[in-house]
Design a protein around this ligand. Sequence first.
Ligand code: SDX
Length: 364
Amino acid sequence: MTNSRGLAGIIVDETKISSTKNAHLIYAGYPIEEIAQASFEEVVFLLWHTRLPNKHELTAFRQNLVEQMVLPAETIRLLLYIAKEPQHPMSILRTTTSLLGTTNDVEHDEPPKILAKMLTAIAAIIRIRDNEPLLEADHHLGVVDNFLLMMTGKKPSQQLSRMFSTVMILHADHEFNASTFTARVAASTLTDYYSCLTAAVCALKGPLHGGANERVFEMLETIKQQQIDPIVYLQDQLHAKRKIMGFGHRIYKNGDPRAVILKKIAAELAQETDNQVYFQIQTQIADYMLEKFKLHPNVDYYTALIYHCLGLQKETFTMIFAACRTVGWLAHIMEQRQENVLIRPCSAYVGPTGRHYSKGAGEI
Ligand code: SDX
């Protein structure tokens, strides 16, 4: 058996974008605890250029992003058709990302335009599924406020805007996670940005990755609605050999630093929106998982409650992760392209050998 299954612990390339070394998350040298206080646009610029923008650059960058938060008419026409389908919103986003590559200029579009289109498309999918009219970006607001406005129909308070900026920043990048690595593999073949992003969305959708946040809320809802003791619920799930969603991490064995910040935001929002009961269940679950299995919550655990407090449907939670992570995907596609080497590992063949084929005879 090869010891590199799942590529665990294998360094496959270098990056200047982010690091999780020694379980400390840094974005281009800045600790996540500090950079989470920056504006979202500053962090996007940082991840794409590995330096912070000056005042003039930041204003121009923000203006460009907001101006691009509009979809071509043919994209909207097709979105109105596909977004209401019964498929999971992440399946709709997968098709939409691919669609953006056919209704925009696939050869010449640059990351700011692509990010703006992704955010706008995700907000549009949510509005269409809620039977609400699509909203235009307000050019007086920044990217985060516009994203919230175009999703929920409400201009966020300063406090909510700050909290959601932090959430978006914390999700923006995480070195070679599965979806980012998928994007890099695609980029290494020199395919276009939209194709790389479509591949990344497919990888993020899975429950072991971004799909976990929706399942976390499913668990909380089941416990609340059926009035089950959270510990009994956990014991049943573990007995049935099911993973508890929102716990564990390939890199962080002693806790995900993002979850520490997200827990505070979840507590505050739960209090304000009268969702404390969910937060109490979460705390009970987290205490038990730590005490019994030394397993800590990951980035998907508290975000589930945060998104619920914002009034979002649980099926859309992973799309919000995708919206934030598009920043990191684009950063890594750019980096991969800069000094590209085709990503093509080897496998250890363990199947049968020495067989011979004889037409019509089947196996001999
Ligand atoms: C994300 O990689 C990234 O950076 C991802 C991410 C990002 O920002 O991009 O951080 C985002 O994807 C967060 C993870 C979301 N997924 C979940 O919450 C799903 C539940 N968690 C797991 O299935 C698991 O912990 C993973 C997938 C996150 C990590 O898997 P690993 O590294 O392959 O670890 P493992 O499954 O081998 O676990 C080691 C042990 C096992 O026990 P043993 O077989 O050694 O006895 O811990 C147990 C596991 O069974 N375990 C769990 C568990 N997580 C680990 N047991 C129950 N519930 C869990 N959640």
